[in-house]
Design a protein around this ligand. Structure first.
Ligand SMILES: Nc1nc2c(c(=O)[nH]1)N[C@H]1C(S)=C(S)[C@@H](COP(=O)(O)O)O[C@H]1N2
Ligand SMILES: [Mo]
Length: 548
């Protein structure tokens, strides 16, 4: 079913000059956080085209920092804490232990975040709907290793934890997180230390030489470049365990979260994935010419659905009439093991093509084995996590050349890629004259001197460092040593326009701080965005499979 993994050996020119200049990567992955670190997803139609198993090279990647350069021969995993026989294991030793191998759908809790960002900016970058992939993972059960290390079986009510640490040192310390010991010891949960992915050793981006695999939960807890496992009566003390992968209540903004320590409230941590689904066919900007219709022509809608906790998808429904009626789609056989599944399900539904003409939107929702379904509307949250509202694809009838065509429009496109009906809505909102005036204290004025890119490029080192963000020029030289994201993060962008990099990851607070370094403006040719981008713009349509 899966097209076999091609081995990528090429270094992408975009990685040159970054700490990842040695990591081979697929050129078609969409980069979401500029040059560095590497966060990327495949184009959604390309992802689905691969079938049930995603080739390693197209599996989404979420790296908080540079990829650690580790070697199989020297890497060790330390297993310590509340154990009678703490261990240190080499990779060769680990690879000799009993193993299990199974397919697992990985999903970042930020999947579909760009939709949230279009409602209001979160502190996270713009994941599209492809922060999800499926691979076959092989490794030794954590339970087995803990038994080797003399774990004491719980016979009291006190919760104990297993904490995982990676070798990647980040601005706020090492990446790490934890699960309960009970979970780790549960044979049904299939928690493993994985050293193979799709039949080969892990790639650097996916945690080489070893990572955690914890089925049914968000990718964020599956620590890559694993070198430490600690049994403790406390959960992980990693900064990232508390400040990432949480769904805070919608009224909590960044300032409040920090001031009142909302990060540490146990209720808001994410473990299990929630039920979610998306449409891959029709693709964004796909068109069907009316001239290709016959009275009985049909179109096959396709997409993915998944849920957490081993709960299988039990149905995916489609409405073409705003929820008045729901059509039941076909589900591909779920990958099941003892009544649970760790994988996504693909769905499809044949629809008479002419039904699209009377409809303005394809909307879908999935249900899982606990009869959880997706909410109609999204609930904004500070980190933009777990967005699983109904997935809506708009249908437009437009003239294109000499033909009249149906054109499909997804809510967003991943990263800074343009297009999407939510993106358009947001642009319209911003260009309305009634939009609230910008705060003069935080917005730098545009009265400063003008600089050309030629001039800006010269200020490209640690003694003299200018950057351009959204056409404004900032002298960040003094800020380099105290940048919370590290010095290299600024230096690799010195003398360049790094709007994309900056906007992808910075908060409102960082933006205010940036304003204090304003020195002038980049000269550029301004143009007025039309209010109704859609009706005014000349469209460049990408043709995809369906156009015959
Ligand atoms: N050590 C380490 N582990 C990590 C991360 C990281 O940055 N460092 N990112 C996490 C997040 S948020 C996700 S979604 C998954 C992504 O795994 P992948 O890049 O193999 O798809 O890894 C998780 N494990
Ligand atoms: Mo993630």
């Amino acid at each position: 079913m899966a097209e076999q993994t091609e081995v990528i050996e090429q270094i992408d020119p975009r990685d040159i000059g970054t700490p990842d200049n040695w990591v081979p990567r697929h050129p078609e992955l969409i980069r979401l956080t500029g040059k560095h670190p590497f966060n990327s997803e495949a184009p959604l139609p390309l992802l689905l085209k691969q079938g049930f198993i995603t080739p390693t090279s197209l599996h989404y990647v979420r790296n908080h920092g540079p990829v650690p350069k580790l070697s199989w021969d020297t890497h060790k995993v330390v297993i310590d804490g509340d154990l009678s026989n703490p261990l240190t294991l080499s990779m060769d030793e680990i690879a000799k232990l009993p193993y299990i191998e199974f397919p697992l759908t990985f999903c970042c809790a930020g999947n579909r975040r760009k939709e949230q960002n279009m409602v209001k900016k979160t502190i996270g970058f713009n994941w599209g709907a492809a922060a999800v992939s499926t691979a076959i993972w092989k490794g030794v059960p954590l339970r087995y290793i803990l038994q080797m290390a003399g774990v004491k079986i719980d016979n009291h009510d006190k919760i104990r934890y297993v904490c995982f640490g990676g070798t990647d040192k980040l601005p706020n310390g090492y990446y790490g997180t934890s699960i309960t010991l009970k979970w780790a010891m549960d044979e049904e949960k299939d928690v493993i230390l994985a050293y193979e992915m799709n039949g080969k050793r892990l790639t650097p981006d996916h945690g080489f030489p070893i990572r955690m695999i914890i089925p049914g939960i968000i990718g964020g807890r599956m620590v890559k470049w694993l070198n430490k496992i600690t049994v403790s009566d406390k959960e992980s003390d990693s900064w990232y365990h508390f400040h990432d992968n949480r769904v805070l209540p919608p009224h909590v903004d960044a300032e409040l979260a920090n001031k009142e320590n909302w990060w540490y409230i146990p209720n808001y941590i994410i473990y299990d994935l929630n039920v979610n689904s998306a449409v891959a066919a029709p693709a964004h900007d796909e068109i069907i010419p009316f001239s290709s219709f016959t009275s009985d022509s049909e179109y096959t809608l396709r997409g993915y659905a998944y849920s957490g906790g081993g709960r299988k998808i039990t149905r995916v429904e489609v409405t073409l009439d705003d929820g008045k009626t729901w059509l039941l789609s076909n589900l591909f056989d779920p990958e099941e093991k003892n009544g649970r599944t760790w994988c996504w399900t693909f769905w499809s539904l044949k629809v008479p093509t002419h039904n699209f003409v009377r409809s303005s939107e394809i909307r879908i929702r999935a249900w899982d084995f606990a009869n959880n379904t997706q909410p109609e509307n999204l609930t904004w949250n500070l980190m933009g996590m777990m967005n699983n509202c109904h997935y809506r694809v708009k249908i437009h009838v437009i003239t294109y050349g000499k033909d009249v065509v149906l054109r499909f429009e997804h809510p967003t496109q991943a990263g800074s890629n343009p297009g999407g009906w939510m993106v358009k809505q947001q642009e319209q909102k911003q260009s309305l004259p009634s939009a609230p005036a910008k705060d003069p204290k935080t917005e730098s004025s545009s009265k400063g001197p003008k600089y050309t890119m030629e001039e800006i490029k010269k200020h490209n080192n640690e003694k003299d460092c200018w950057i351009v963000i959204d056409k404004k020029v900032y002298d960040c030289t003094k800020f380099i040593p105290i940048h919370p994201g590290g010095t290299t993060a600024i230096l690799i962008n010195a003398g360049t326009d790094c709007s994309e990099e900056f906007n992808a990851i910075h908060s409102e607070k960082a933006r205010k701080r940036l304003a204090t370094f304003y020195i002038g403006d980049e000269v550029f040719i301004d143009y007025e965005r039309p209010l109704l981008l859609w009706s005014n713009s000349s469209l460049v349509l990408k043709r995809s499979g369906r156009v015959s």
